[in-house]
Design a protein around this ligand. Structure first.
Ligand code: GLU
Length: 441
């Protein structure tokens, strides 16, 4: 155990941005790595936008990603009395003052301002960015209580960090300017200043902050698109940190053991959707056979196919099909299209593949010849099918045979091993489909 205490302090308005959840991931890993505590603070002072639904969305995303928190959730809106007590303290000690202000809509009211020190330098050693400093005179006094009496972010955020005994504040570098102000508040209150680590932005291919204009920017979208939480977690972790060497896919235990905040990159991290897709496939490939089978069955059922057809396969063939699919699946919801030819004779024919592989002179004859040969093949196995076509090709490459067979029996230009597919379909179906395709040419 250590006395390190970090927190994720989202303002629950709208959806959860991937940059925001990456901050949660880094805080969580830092706490788990150091044996400290990971706290959740809901900064819900914007009561109009911080609806119970918006808060629930955050909790659901955290649960989905396995970001469990310690202690009870801390709601900022429930600490307002304390925020205002601290403001009174600052007024009494001369670190704050009241002033009449006219707001944009022309109304005048009294606001409370924090009085910045007028000389000296505000400095801190950022765990990620290194030494940071700014002249106090370059920062103006700033409001901490609105004219309606409600506390403003700066005071609420600092008081809550004091009350939650937060030792390390790990947050996005859009908060760097706030941090200079916040340090002055901690000092004015005689409270220990936490350590800071500011995380660089996630940027698009052009180096601009990654937003919904660039693609899916919210955690829920990835969940809905069939991404695995473990893959998204791993990918977001690598956006700004890596364990060294060329290892990229890590177990949760390895992440916890290896994560070091000091090694988080200073430069902005570029979001690469292709790499995230690859990562998802990696996780599916590494899933246990039981997990794969369960997802396969769920997808097959959801697509309306009859699982009985699969259950009727000889047991060796069930495993063969699952193994063949598992190494090629990038998303769980790719499965229905991949397996359609096993469940129905009415599978869609990919027009491009048909044009490229079937509508060519000589293919009709090849298909009919193959149908005759397959019909006589005994036993009808992967090895026997392959040996037969190899012999036909006489060492010239099996392409002219295998491509037409694949499109004829599955409607697609790609998929699991061809001869494995024929064996799983069985002789009767394979032969019938070769003849059916030939008849269309
Ligand atoms: N609610 C703030 C945000 O989401 C908190 C920042 C922080 O101190 O972590 O940006």
């Amino acid at each position: 155990m250590s006395d390190i205490r970090v927190r994720f302090a989202p303002s629950p308005t709208g959806k959860v941005h991937i940059g925001n959840i990456r901050a949660a991931i880094y805080n969580w890993l830092y706490a788990r790595h150091t044996g400290g505590k990971f706290l959740l603070r809901v900064e819900d002072t914007d009561l109009e936008r911080s609806t119970p639904e918006a808060i629930q969305v955050r909790c659901d995303c955290m649960k989905w990603l396995g970001l469990d928190y310690d202690e009870d959730v801390f709601y900022q809106s429930r600490n307002v009395k304390r925020h205002l007590e601290v403001v009174d303290q600052l007024l009494a000690s001369g670190h704050a003052y009241k002033v009449e202000r006219t707001s944009r809509d022309g109304k005048t009211g009294i606001v409370t301002m924090f009085k910045m020190p007028k000389d000296g330098t505000i400095a801190f050693d950022d765990i990620v960015k290194g030494h940071m400093a700014k002249k106090a005179e370059d920062i103006q006094d700033f409001a901490i209580v609105r004219s309606d009496g409600s506390p403003i972010f700066h005071i609420a955020n600092v008081v809550d960090d004091i009350d939650q005994k937060v030792t390390h504040i790990i947050r996005g570098d859009d908060h760097v300017e706030n941090t200079f102000k916040h340090i002055c508040i901690f000092q004015a209150l005689g409270a220990p200043v936490p350590k800071y680590g500011h995380l660089s932005m996630i940027v698009n291919q052009q180096g601009k902050p990654y937003s919904k204009r660039d693609g899916a920017a919210f955690v829920g979208e990835y969940r809905d698109q069939g991404y695995l939480p473990e893959a998204l977690f791993n990918y977001l972790l690598l956006l700004g940190w890596n364990p060294g060497g060329d290892r990229e896919v890590l177990t949760r235990e390895e992440m916890i053991r290896l994560f070091e905040l000091e090694k988080v990159h200073v430069t902005a991290a570029m979001f690469d959707p292709k790499k995230l897709q690859w990562m998802n496939g990696e996780y599916i490939r590494r899933a246990t056979k039981e997990t794969y089978r369960a997802n396969f069955e769920a997808q097959v059922k959801a697509a309306g196919f009859d699982l009985g057809i699969f259950a009727a396969l000889k047991s060796g063939l069930q495993e063969l099909l699952l193994d063949q699919l598992q190494i090629r699946t990038k998303f769980w919801n790719d499965i229905p299209a991949m397996v359609a030819p096993f469940f129905t004779d009415d599978y869609p024919m990919d027009e491009k593949a048909v044009a490229k592989r079937l509508r060519k002179p000589g293919v009709k004859e090849i298909l009919l010849d193959l149908a005759d040969r397959f019909e006589k093949l005994e036993p009808f196995t992967t090895a026997a099918g392959e040996a037969m076509v190899k012999e036909l090709s006489q060492g010239q490459g099996m392409g002219p045979w295998v491509h037409p067979i694949r499109v004829a029996v599955s409607g697609r230009g790609e998929g699991i091993g061809l001869f494995e597919m024929c064996e799983i379909l069985g002789k009767e179906k394979t032969v019938a489909r070769l003849r059916r395709a030939a008849a269309t040419l």
